[in-house]
Design a protein around this ligand. Structure first.
Ligand SMILES: [Zn+2]
Length: 462
């Protein structure tokens, strides 16, 4: 039985264990699940009564994962960079934190809706949000994810001190939280939302970066993560001296030695960035199956190839407000940046690797690899259709090579998650696109005014 048949695809790029690419392919779906993947002629005969999606001149591939997001920053992205110098202050992240510090729960919800809308429109089927503050109220955000139809890991903030690495008292007063309240609310949210919406929502710990927690709290979180069988998303070794140097100076250990000492290792732990790690750190990541989320838009890591070669699971992230939510763009950035390394070994970072990082590695980093990240019988139907009827995608002789090089999120035509069609022919079915954009636009202005920020123009605005 199948109720949905995606037929006549130019190619189905499965990312299954054999990495099969099926020319003239089709995928049959029953309810939430993929029941068969094969040649279109055969599946059309087998499932004549299924509703069909015509994938002529389209590529069918697994949906993408953005494994490091800041949903609440989407609505204010770019704002911190256009402030007058006098309002910017000395601390790089100061304006972003201040803007977030005046958010209402409704602002956070509007930003999450914008986030989910952008994901659907660019072929992202799942994401991992870090640092959800108490003031955003996680229940409203979970409702938006539930209604949008995509997958979301909601990483709940925990904070003990308002410090960031060696920078003291830099967290905006509006974002300061009480540690015990953070933990209580995280446990409450786990009980209410983890595994809900047919498994599309997870609640993890997404504590503030080094400097914000005592060693006891790191260990307490490790115990809770084990008890509630959830995960951790965390910024690690992102900024050099400020955070990596802080770990060495404070604990006398390398970043991963410290994380191992507090119990923050394993397949349910995802470390974002990881730019200043060394050999001992890689060894621990490899031995413990801990995930790395690389965000090429906000920090270039020359060691990605080394990590992949060692067998470390490296996924991709867009890092929220800094960039767009387009994981195809992240693939392109990564490809371009890696090509600039003189010692590069092209056999390691083939385009195939980039597709894996954006699909199956991403699903693995978010503990969804048993149900998503590839197109296989028995997995949930999480897939996207890329429209090849575009000048920029003509000709396409080898889709695997060309997907990371030339496709952009805007080339995605159709998005299916858990067997449900979220977007067809670029029309989003689960969110009211105009309303989401209009509300985000209005609230962004209100947030800026509430924070007391002006916009600086270098050219005359007339
Ligand atoms: Zn980040």
């Amino acid at each position: 039985m199948a109720n949905l048949l995606i037929k006549d695809a130019k190619y189905v790029v499965t990312v299954d264990p054999k990495r099969r690419v099926i020319r003239d392919g089709a995928v049959a779906v029953e309810g939430m699940e993929i029941v068969e993947v094969g040649k279109s002629s055969e599946l059309k005969r087998k499932y004549p009564r299924a509703e069909t999606i015509d994938a002529k001149n389209k590529i069918v591939m697994p949906g993408l994962f953005d494994c490091h997001a800041h949903s609440y920053q989407n609505m204010i992205r770019g704002m911190a960079f256009v402030l007058p110098r006098r309002q910017r202050g000395a601390f790089l992240l100061g304006p972003t934190l201040r803007l977030q510090g005046v958010y209402t729960p409704e602002d956070a919800k509007a930003s999450m809706a914008l986030n989910c809308l952008e994901y659907i429109k660019s072929g992202v089927v799942g994401f991992c949000d870090w640092g959800i503050n108490l003031r955003y109220k996680i229940d409203g955000l979970a409702e938006v994810v539930r209604d949008s139809g995509i997958r979301g890991v909601l990483g709940k903030s925990v904070m003990e001190y308002p410090d960031y690495g060696s920078c003291k008292n830099v967290i905006d007063p509006g974002l300061i939280e009480d540690k015990d309240e953070c933990i209580r609310d995280t446990i409450r949210a786990i009980k209410k939302w983890h595994g809900k919406a047919d498994g599309r929502i997870q609640v993890w710990f997404g504590p503030r970066s080094v400097g914000a927690l005592s060693v006891e709290t790191y260990k307490e979180i490790a115990r809770l993560v084990k008890q509630y069988k959830v995960g951790i998303t965390y910024h690690l070794a992102e900024l050099g001296e400020l955070d990596t140097g802080f770990i060495w100076n404070t604990y006398g250990m390398s970043p991963m030695e410290f994380m191992k000492s507090v119990g923050w290792v394993g397949p349910n732990v995802s470390f974002n960035h990881c730019l200043y790690l060394t050999g001992i750190d890689f060894k621990i990541l490899m031995e413990t199956g801990t995930n790395v989320v690389h965000c090429p838009g906000t920090g270039f890591d020359t060691r990605v190839q080394d990590m992949l070669q060692m067998g470390i699971n490296v996924a991709l992230g867009c890092d929220g407000g800094h960039e767009t939510n387009d994981v195809f763009l992240a693939m392109k950035l990564e490809k371009t940046l890696q090509n600039r390394i003189p010692r590069r070994d092209l056999t390691i970072l083939y385009p195939e690797k980039l597709i894996e990082m954006a699909t199956i590695n991403g699903a693995r980093a978010l503990m969804w690899h048993r149900e998503s990240g590839s197109i296989e019988k028995g997995k949930r139907a999480d897939m996207i259709l890329v429209n090849l009827n575009k000048p920029s995608l003509t000709p396409m002789l080898n889709p695997v090579h060309d997907l990371p090089s030339r496709v952009l999120g805007s080339d995605v035509d159709t998005v299916i998650v858990n067997g449900k069609i979220l977007m067809e022919n670029r029309v989003v079915k689960t969110l009211d696109e105009d309303r989401v954009i209009e509300e985000a636009r209005r609230r962004a202005e209100e947030v800026r005014e509430r924070a007391g920020y002006e916009i600086e123009w270098h050219w005359p605005e007339i």
